[in-house]
Design a protein around this ligand. Sequence first.
Ligand code: HEM
Ligand code: HEM
Ligand code: HEM
Length: 71
Amino acid sequence: ADDIVLKAKNGDVKFPHKAHQKVIPDCKKCHEKGPGKIEGFGKEMAHGKGCKGCHEEMKQGPTKCGECHKK
Ligand code: HEM
Ligand code: HEM
Ligand code: HEM
């Protein structure tokens, strides 16, 4: 899958999926149950290990609200 847009009222979040597949070749890091929709993915997960938490841990990628949420 190419770029994915995750809808959010405070500004949709663009997710460069293909770029992530390159830097994180193990799909299971995000898709525990195989590729496709991620069960339970939402705000909580996005702000935790699903997006922001990983960026904090790896010291790469956006960690500020406005870097992800764009109106
Ligand atoms: C969802 C606020 C930082 C990624 C949301 C929602 C709110 C919010 C209110 C829910 C929107 C809705 O229900 O329509 C904030 C605030 C942030 C912040 C105040 C700063 C403290 C971030 C960062 C990222 C991010 C840094 C990316 C690394 C997302 C994503 C969703 C989301 C992907 C949508 C999840 C889904 O698919 O439902 N955020 N956010 N947010 N946020 Fe943030
Ligand atoms: C969505 C495959 C790696 C995060 C998807 C979709 C597929 C897929 C088929 C559904 C696309 C669509 O609905 O248009 C794969 C494969 C991977 C991989 C084969 C490994 C080569 C990753 C990685 C991450 C990730 C490493 C996290 C950094 C996501 C997210 C979605 C998604 C957040 C949207 C989930 C949702 O809407 O519930 N992926 N992916 N993927 N992928 Fe991946
Ligand atoms: C970079 C969004 C999940 C690791 C980025 C960038 C964005 C982004 C916008 C910047 C890309 C650029 O500069 O062109 C997101 C969103 C996520 C998510 C919205 C959740 C749906 C993750 C996860 C991990 C991760 C789960 C780790 C497992 C990284 C890394 C980079 C990055 C390592 C730097 C890649 C580079 O510079 O090429 N992310 N990300 N991200 N993200 Fe994420």
